[in-house]
Design a protein around this ligand. Sequence first.
Ligand code: SAH
Length: 274
Amino acid sequence: MSNRPPFLQSLDLDQPGTRTGTVYLVGAGPGDPELLTLRAARLLGMADVVVYDNLVGKGILDMARPDAERVYVGKQKDNHTLPQQEINALLARLAKQGKQVVRLKGGDPFIFGRGGEELEVLAEEGIRYEVVPGITAASGVSCYTGIPLTHRDYAQSCLFTTGHLKDGSLNLDWEILAHPRQTVVIYMGLGALPEISSKLVEQGRAASTPVAVVEQGTTRRQRVATGTLATIAERVAEQKFKSPCLIIVGEVTQLHDKLQWFAGSVPQLATAVA
Ligand code: SAH
């Protein structure tokens, strides 16, 4: 590895024996393969190796070069994911072998995607990388459920938060989350939904505030449960919702009934025009 700063290392590519690969940290969107960016699709078509995990839909992997190596680093049978440090080391190792690596992440790699952690290691090791944004679950799911995240009548701001902290605790800023006239989108919150709902009510958000929980949004298996802060946890438990689920809290979720349009598939353009 050269001692040049990372931003100059591309120059090393021309020198024999020093060629390293590039890691492309690519957002795969929330599920529907058609929500990939053109850039993501192009990179998938050229990568030597694709490193992916649970949240990446199969249709998306099919877009990889047929002979590309596919490396799964998601939940294993014992329900354990490959430790983050091992993923970081794997990406660095593949790039050092001169491979063009696509690291696929569900949604957007910089929103609750640990993309930053993976890049820190690459940056420290002077490995070239690029980041391709993706449609984050909040955007994809809200559009595919007819729930606009902001609306002049109901919410002037929208806040994304996680319902699952690194140490397993749920130590969020409840006072801010409970403000009225805002939409709160909670990633990874399914397991803590009863606690989240009651904390928001405790901090002053009305128990009648409408809530939607969306399972596997934008895919054929999309399901939506609606209720209020008082009722939603029970409804979701009754319907046995499983991860991945996005929780949307706020008056905008009432619009789902009126604005929903997605019934498990999006018409192909040709069919829609015909
Ligand atoms: N980087 C991703 C988020 C990763 S955290 C993004 O930008 O979307 C994983 C969480 O995202 C899941 O627990 C769930 O809360 C949410 N999520 C991702 N895809 C989803 C989908 N298709 N439907 C519902 N929630 C989803």
